[in-house]
Design a protein around this ligand. Structure first.
Ligand code: GTQ
Length: 354
């Protein structure tokens, strides 16, 4: 039954605001607040966030990244990284609400010392060759376009036995771990953690269309921890000849954990797409804010009413639920990462075409 008289109105409209404010003040002394003044903001119809779309052109970043090596060694810095901050989140080390992005530089002969942390890290190699990362007892030599995984709580260090500077994009779920209050780190007692298996061991065991019989997963990540660009590129080009690209997303593939067919990492979705020269996508949006980088080719990214030209090694961030389109000038290969895996596991992820 609906009450015939509303006691809040019965006292007289003129007093109502003052009476409520006085009530809020009394409740406030007990660290209590009314929901109804905040409900629409707390539970909005559509995602509300401060993020803005942005593009970092590698040519503009590179001099600063290179200068970092003249300012500090990898050993002293522990990780010599220039952080990419969303322009609306300056000072937070966030590229999105849940993700971090940075450009890490290592010079020949340097070692970035071994540590481990609960945050998961991905590396997407931007330039150079000959550097390695050692993860959980195995080294891998990195090449531009390779996607490399550092699972949560695994020992890792980086080194460079080749020539010339080596730069990669670091993607970590740092803000997500901070939000959950689940951030832990530990330093190894040696700069280089023990390497126990030969180069290529993980690829042979897990990345060759085979799995060791009786294999039991060690953690929630793909045991293939380096997905080399040469193989990814070949796959994209072969499939692009076999059929038309998806109208909204292009030829879009995800990096897969061969053990269970799921995502390669437990919090971050890593994907790669090829857009044939001249192809333009129809608008697409999803609830995961996404970081993009161009591997090869160039094109135009439109987000809301902004237009960004993206060339090789440029990095972009597209806020969740903002429609975007991609228009390829030449065959355009784009890597991306987002928190889609975490959103899917929590039943939150949405997408819309058009
Ligand atoms: O390479 O372990 O960009 O721990 C930030 C934190 C890289 C790393 C980053 C890290 C690392």
């Amino acid at each position: 039954m609906v009450a015939k008289t509303d006691p809040t109105v019965a006292a007289g409209d003129a007093d109502i605001t003052a009476r409520r404010e006085a009530f809020y003040a009394r409740a406030d002394t007990q660290h209590l607040a009314p929901l109804w003044t905040r409900l629409k903001a707390l539970v909005p119809k559509l995602p509300v966030h401060q993020l803005v779309p942005h593009v970092w052109h590698y040519d503009d970043l590179r001099p600063h990244v290179m200068e970092s090596a003249r300012q500090i060694s990898a050993a002293e810095a522990e990780r010599r990284v220039m952080i990419l901050e969303n322009p609306s989140l300056r000072g937070t080390s966030q590229v999105t609400n849940t993700l971090y992005a940075g450009l890490q530089l290592i010079m020949p002969g340097e070692v970035a010392p071994a540590h481990r942390h609960t945050q998961s890290a991905l590396r997407f190699i931007v330039e150079g060759s000959g550097a390695y990362t050692a993860v959980d007892g195995e080294k891998t030599i990195m090449q531009p376009g390779d996607f490399v995984i550092t699972p949560s709580w695994t020992w890792h260090h980086h080194g460079h036995e080749g020539a010339g500077p080596m730069v990669w994009l670091d993607g970590l779920d740092i803000p997500l771990c901070t939000f959950f209050g689940s951030t832990f780190r530990e330093d190894h007692d040696q700069a280089e953690a023990p390497v126990e298996r030969p180069l290529g061991d993980a690829m042979a065991r897990f990345g060759s269309g085979l799995l060791p019989v009786g294999h039991v997963a060690k953690n929630l990540n793909s045991p293939v921890f380096n997905y080399p660009w040469a193989r990814t590129r070949e796959a994209l080009h072969v499939l692009s000849k076999a059929g038309a690209p998806d109208a909204h997303t292009g030829h879009w593939m995800r990096y897969v954990n061969p053990v269970d067919g799921g995502w390669a990492m437990p919090t971050m979705a890593t994907m790669v797409r090829l857009l044939p020269a001249g192809f333009a996508t129809q608008p697409y949006r999803s609830s995961d804010s996404m970081v993009f980088t161009t591997v090869e080719g160039r094109g135009e990214l439109r987000v809301a009413d902004q237009v960004f030209a993206l060339g090789p090694r440029d990095i972009a961030v597209v806020p969740g639920w903002m429609p975007y389109t991609l228009h390829a000038q030449d065959d355009w290969a784009l890597f991306s990462y987002s928190d889609r895996v975490a959103q899917e596991k929590l039943g939150l992820w949405r997408e819309a075409r058009g």
